[in-house]
Design a protein around this ligand. Structure first.
Ligand SMILES: [Zn+2]
Length: 279
């Protein structure tokens, strides 16, 4: 990786000057992220996670309300395994660059399609999780989030139950066939309508409603930048396209917009060296 970085540790990613100033002068920035941002943290995509025990499973048998109604314990176990796999994942420089942007622009919102919670762990505060969060669990009947639960004991055939009403607990994620949380969607839509600059990173945004957000922003007159190693259906609409993974592109984007500012929580100056040879 050393060839990808200059002496100050910033990735060598060319950022068009017009793009750097678009970020530095933006009043309102809206960012939309997807699986590509998590990939660099070693988070497997939904389909990539279908390995080992789960290799023969059909996603539609694991991530729908009807699957949960038929085989609640199987679905619970699948999400428990993914939750466990997330313990080894950590936010990457792409996540942290979005925290930097949030701290520097007057108004900011990040909408993510990822359920791994890594944006929140990196420090993003103005954040909507469009598809929920794998780490959270809620009551399948009342919808209320439950903070503590006991994992099923060996041989149990049911998921743990809600301490309030006794219904099964389920992951607080949006399944196929389910609507997105209305409040999250409204906040994202509002941000798209009012932003000056929209950043789309690590997602081809082919699925509604994420697909709609860049179009909404564009129709409202915002400029758009896409960060994705591969072209997507959004590329022709973007004012700027950076064909580099988010973990390299976003820190370079921040460095270009605010030159001279150290990057994020990890970018603090190294401790000064003691005993510089003076006698
Ligand atoms: Zn309940």
């Amino acid at each position: 990786m050393s060839d990808d970085r200059n002496e100050s540790g910033h990735p060598r990613v060319p950022i068009p000057p017009g793009l750097a100033s678009a970020l530095a002068t933006a009043g309102r920035v809206f960012a939309l992220t997807g699986a590509g941002v998590s990939a660099e943290s070693g988070v497997p995509t939904f389909r990539d996670a279908l390995t080992g025990l789960w290799a023969r499973c059909d996603p539609l048998e694991l991530a729908t309300p009807s699957a949960f109604a038929r085989q609640p314990k199987l679905v619970w176990d699948w999400y428990a395994a993914r939750r466990e796999a997330l313990r080894d994942a950590a936010p990457n420089p792409g996540h942290r660059a979005l925290v930097d942007i949030e701290r520097r622009v007057p108004s900011f919102l990040l909408a993510t399609q990822n359920v791994d919670g890594l944006h929140a762990r990196a420090g993003s505060r103005s954040l909507v999780e469009l598809h929920g969060n794998l780490a959270r669990v809620r009551c399948s009947r009342e919808g209320r989030v439950v903070d503590r639960w006991d994992e099923p004991v060996e041989g149990s055939t049911t998921p743990p139950r809600c301490p309030h009403c006794g219904a099964f607990l389920r992951p607080d994620v949006v399944w196929f066939e389910e609507a997105l949380p209305a409040e999250a969607l409204e906040r994202a839509d509002d941000a798209a309508r009012h932003c000056d600059l929209m950043i789309v990173a690590g997602t081809s945004a082919e699925v509604y409603p994420a697909a709609e957000l860049p179009r909404t922003a564009r129709a409202a007159g915002a400029r758009g930048v896409e960060v994705n190693p591969r072209g997507t259906p959004l590329t022709p609409m973007a004012d700027f396209a950076i064909a580099v993974p988010a973990g390299l592109a976003l820190p370079a984007f921040v460095a270009a917009a605010w030159p001279g500012h150290a990057a994020g929580p990890d970018g603090e100056s190294p401790p000064s060296r003691a005993g510089g040879g003076a006698k």
